[in-house]
Design a protein around this ligand. Structure first.
Ligand SMILES: [Zn+2]
Length: 275
């Protein structure tokens, strides 16, 4: 499932095509939102925001289109002349003179008042958005030290969208590996310097992934891995999908475990539970 950085990049790409542009057709094909067809057709798209893994397309009539792709929704951007040949169900379509921006298959699509976005049941439960400027390492530090979260295992905390919104499975493995935190460690048993490193890496890796399109290592590290013949899914990360490969920081191999049925890759030496 795409994580916060991927959703934000998608929102950026869609914004370039339809924000401030002449959108001559807005087609709300999905029945639960079809009643808003006329009002949105007559409105301009003002901005596109993301909250965690949700996207909010804001119109100047005071309404927003909330969408969450879950596992199956897909956005596409094509030239108007391109014919889509697949079996997905079209939900929403924005057409300009040159481009077609379309949402397929998603079922979590609603039209809500822009002023009430923060009251939406999904958004109301979210913690600070990892890519928002207000989500600083010191804010993350304080949340890790807070009563609410300090007794939770790192592996479950990292995926809890009420802790920080926008972190998913690959960022979890990457953040814990690069900050040296064992998946079973609890913040309350870690030193201030370890918590500080965890908070800083949480922010910096999410931003790096946003800027680079899913890379969580430096260009040099990725290039070295590529030259060794590693697949992209492995060379773009330090731990995730590098199980059975040697850790970048020590002589051990990365190990894969499953937590709540989701993959987590880590280094038993760099991420020592007692350290
Ligand atoms: Zn290691």
């Amino acid at each position: 499932m795409p994580e916060g950085p991927e959703i934000r990049r998608e929102a950026d790409r869609i914004s370039k095509k339809i924000v401030g542009k002449e959108v001559h057709s807005v087609n709300l094909i999905y029945p639960p939102i079809a009643e808003f067809q006329d009002i949105l057709q007559q409105s301009q798209i003002e901005s596109i925001a993301t909250r965690g893994k949700a996207m909010l397309i804001r119109f100047d009539c005071g309404l927003s289109m909330y969408s969450h792709n879950q596992l199956y929704g897909r956005w596409t951007i094509n030239r108007l002349s391109t014919v889509m040949k697949w079996n997905r169900t079209l939900r929403v379509e924005f057409l300009t003179n040159k481009f077609a921006v379309r949402l397929w298959s998603a079922t979590d699509v609603e039209i809500i008042p822009t002023s009430k976005e923060e009251h939406h049941p999904f958004i109301a439960k979210l913690g600070p958005d990892i890519l928002d400027d207000s989500c600083t390492p010191s804010l993350i530090f304080n949340r890790l030290r807070s009563k609410k979260f300090c007794n939770r295992k790192a592996s479950s905390l990292m995926l809890d969208q009420s802790f920080i919104a926008g972190i998913g499975n690959y960022l979890r493995s990457e953040i814990l590996h690069q900050s040296g935190v064992h998946p079973n460690a609890k913040p309350r048993s870690l030193s201030d310097s370890k918590i500080q490193s965890w908070a800083e890496v949480t922010k910096s890796l999410s931003e790096l992934s946003y800027v680079t399109g899913g890379f969580t290592v430096s260009e040099k590290v990725a290039l070295d891995g590529k030259q060794r013949g590693e697949p992209k899914r492995a060379y773009r990360h330090s731990a995730f999908c590098r199980n059975e490969l040697q850790c970048h920081y020590c002589d051990r191999k990365i190990v894969r475990i499953k937590v709540a049925n989701r993959r987590l890759d880590f280094c038993p030496k760099c991420q020592d539970l007692n350290n």
